[in-house]
Design a protein around this ligand. Structure first.
Ligand SMILES: Cc1cc2nc3c(=O)[nH]c(=O)nc-3n(C[C@H](O)[C@H](O)[C@H](O)COP(=O)(O)O)c2cc1C
Length: 272
């Protein structure tokens, strides 16, 4: 999985090809297996596969907040409770599904927005929110011009520096390369995030990670808080990193966690 995290990037242009029935089964199994897992706050998250009814329209299409996507044969999506814990659990589970799909050669991109879709309403539990629609398909050989422009604009392959995101006990002490959790944090640095804002800030104190959210001013208002979803993705990447070190993690909201100014405390992960 670590290799998958390192190689994944958002795909917005797909081959103009329908998903085969065999591949639909593979995608559905990834979603079913992911739903079997209990997320940190035990929210009942539902995941769905939906074929795109107008997959073959020749134009790039704007979906979600800012994504121009082309030839989308299908989507994976899902629903969750619209609470902090519900969105963390959604990010945590959905990222697992995304990585499993990338591992199997599919392309995807997280698209957030306010989705008003009859098909989704039929699936979702009453009162739940549908925070993301992620196109899934066979990655296109060429990126569309719009996609190339978007990536340039966002410097999509760019990430903030390790020392700007993470610290040992406080944010003035960078996590050195020889620190046992340097590589675990590196996996968070490479994670996808809405608008590529990389809002995760993390303090390591012995065997505890404290996770904070650096909110972006004037972040576009949406039905579900995408910034909190990013934090669920970060939890997933930390867990994958810990697993590779033969450890596991327990996620909890800890009253005793430090509260640096200007950051929103989210959760702590205790290494076992
Ligand atoms: C919660 C979330 C929401 C996102 N929403 C959108 C979106 O609405 N439109 C879009 O084009 N990309 C969206 N993205 C993809 C990010 O722009 C992308 O992950 C980021 O630019 C980093 O690029 P990479 O995924 O290629 O590493 C979203 C990503 C996340 C995690």
């Amino acid at each position: 999985m670590i290799q998958v995290i390192k190689e994944r990037h958002s795909v917005r242009t797909f081959e103009n090809k329908t998903i085969s029935l065999d591949d639909e089964k593979i995608i559905q199994k990834v979603l079913d297996d992911t739903m079997q897992e209990t997320p940190p706050f035990q929210t009942p998250v539902k995941l769905y596969f939906l074929r795109n009814k107008d997959a073959h329209s020749p134009e790039s299409k704007k979906v979600g907040m800012y994504g121009y996507v082309k030839h989308v044969p299908a989507y994976i999506t899902g629903s969750t409770q619209n609470t902090k814990e519900g969105l963390l659990d959604f990010g945590y589970l959905f990222e697992k599904a995304v990585l499993e799909l990338v591992k199997r050669g599919f392309g995807t991109v997280w698209l957030s927005g306010d989705f008003d879709n009859q098909d989704l309403e039929n699936f979702a539990r009453a009162g739940d929110v549908v925070p993301v629609m992620a196109p899934v398909g066979y990655p296109g050989y060429k990126q569309s011009l719009k996609e190339r422009f978007l990536r340039m604009k966002q410097e999509a392959s760019d990430r903030k520096k390790h020392e700007d995101l993470f610290g040992v006990k406080d944010f003035n002490s960078p996590v050195e390369k020889n620190h046992p959790y340097y590589e675990v944090l590196e996996l968070v640095r490479l994670a996808p995030s809405a608008l590529n804002k990389q809002p995760w800030r993390i303090l390591v104190d012995e065997d505890v990670f404290h996770l904070y959210l650096q909110r972006t001013e004037k972040f576009p208002a949406q039905a579900a808080d995408s910034e909190m979803i990013n934090m669920g993705i970060a939890i997933r990447h930390i867990m994958i990193g810990l697993e590779s070190l033969k450890h596991s993690g327990t996620v909890a909201i800890a009253d005793s966690a430090p509260r640096p100014e200007g950051l929103e405390y989210v959760v702590s992960i205790h290494v076992n």
